[in-house]
Design a protein. Structure first.
Ligand code: NAD
Ligand code: DAU
Length: 349
């Protein structure tokens, strides 16, 4: 039986990866290691928490003793590393927290993996889940390719870029068999309502303003989270050692256009007159260092591994909105307490 450690499995993308791996591979023992920060929520995994091939471990990836102990205890054959501080706005307020978790945490995991296997790499793999933000920003044209030079602009993307470099360096220096993927913006069920889509759904439900940064003409490439989880499964099993793969939705939207579509779908689903939700749109102060445009060239993973998204954006967005409408308790739980403080600090400036 293979033992696979998934870090950050109680978070948004991680919970979808854990669910897929636990259900698809009964022959694997899946360990979900998560610190349960504000972004981690075991409620995301209620449907699989009693499965025999699933174990939850509460802990911090920066805690060297703890990490070394669990590597010794469970001898993980593979690591799928998603644990991170993930929100750009929070990285602007508290950059050191991002350096600690995203850089140091990744190094602690790499060290533990190296120490455990001592060069016996047959059947082993370290999978680092990264972001397209490491490439910086595009102008009006062009796409991020795997060979695009790194040029990060936010403390978040700089910390992710740094962690990517360490993974690569451990591969070159110690031979660790790694793969890295750099993915575009995800959306879907269980995303914490600090990110654009769930934040705006929550604000429409609670009749709060929809805070559009700057002129709203920033562009992102959106991918449904389950399709990202499918890509991670594929790259974990079929990707080539020491390679990186870009993952994207072939789906670019200017923020303001996406927000208008979201408002229309919300009006329809809530049986409100057309234009009701859009009245909440409010232009606010821009994010410092705001990247103009991200767009991914995902042709490598498509050609070499046969991956492509399984749903259109309209389908994915509809599934996502329905999930939030049917899980208002989840939303209420995650937006009580500290969320209110965060919201005031971020938006009442
Ligand atoms: P998230 O913020 O929803 O979840 C992060 C998880 O990591 C949480 O469960 C949190 O409790 C856990 N965590 C944080 N610090 C930890 C620590 N020190 N020790 C152990 N666990 C800790 O993030 P997400 O959006 O699911 O992103 C997951 C990964 O995917 C991140 O590495 C992120 O950089 C990357 N990524 C995200 C996106 C996106 O659009 N969300 C796109 C591309 C790549
Ligand atoms: O590209 C991948 C990245 O996508 C991931 O690595 C990050 O973890 C993830 O958070 C996401 O980063 P973004 O900064 O692109 O996502 P966010 O949802 O925060 O913002 C999307 C766009 O919407 C961006 O241009 C900023 C804008 N925005 C965001 C918020 C929260 C607003 O206009 N208003 C807002 O309130």
């Amino acid at each position: 039986m293979k033992a696979i450690l998934i870090t950050g499995g109680a978070g948004f993308i991680g919970s979808h990866v854990v669910r897929l791996m636990v259900n698809k591979y009964p022959e694997y023992q899946i360990f979900n290691l998560d610190k349960l920060t504000y972004a981690g929520n075991l409620g995301n995994l209620q449907d699989i928490e009693n499965k025999e091939n699933y174990t939850f471990l509460k802990g911090d990836i920066t805690d060297e003793n703890f990490i070394n102990n669990i590597f010794n205890q469970y001898s993980f054959d593979g690591v799928i590393h998603l644990a991170a501080e993930s929100h750009v706005d929070r990285s602007i307020t508290d950059p050191l927290a991002f350096a600690k978790t995203n850089i140091l945490g990744t190094m602690v995991l790499l060290n533990a993996f190296k120490t455990l296997w001592k060069g016996q790499w047959e059947g082993k793999r370290f999978y680092h889940v990264s972001t397209d933000e490491v490439y910086g920003t595009l102008g009006e044209t062009g796409l991020f390719e795997e060979t695009t030079p790194y040029d990060p602009n936010s403390p978040y993307s700089a910390s992710k870029a740094s962690s990517d470099h360490f993974v690569r360096a451990y591969g070159e220096t110690y031979g660790i068999p790694y793969v890295i993927t750099n993915c575009s913006n995800n959306y879907g069920q269980n995303q914490f309502p600090e990110k654009l889509i769930p934040l705006f759904i929550n604000n429409i439900l609670t009749s709060k303003p929809l805070p559009v940064y700057g002129d709203g003409n920033y562009t992102r490439d959106w991918l449904y989270v389950v399709d990202h989880a499918r890509a991670i499964d594929l790259v974990y099993h079929k990707g080539v050692d020491h390679e990186t793969y870009n993952i994207g939705g072939f789906n670019e939207w200017k923020n303001i256009d996406l927000i208008k579509v979201l408002c229309e779908q919300m009006d329809q689903k809530l049986n409100k007159p057309k234009g009701t939700s859009a009245q909440l749109i409010t232009y606010v102060k821009d994010r410092p260092g705001h990247d103009l445009r991200y767009a991914i060239d995902a042709s490598k993973i498509n050609k070499e591994l046969g991956w492509e998204p399984s749903v259109t954006f309209e389908q994915g967005l509809s599934i996502t909105i329905d999930w939030y409408l049917n899980n208002k308790e989840w939303l209420e739980n995650v937006t009580s307490g500290n969320y209110q403080k965060y919201y005031e600090l971020q938006y009442q400036k």
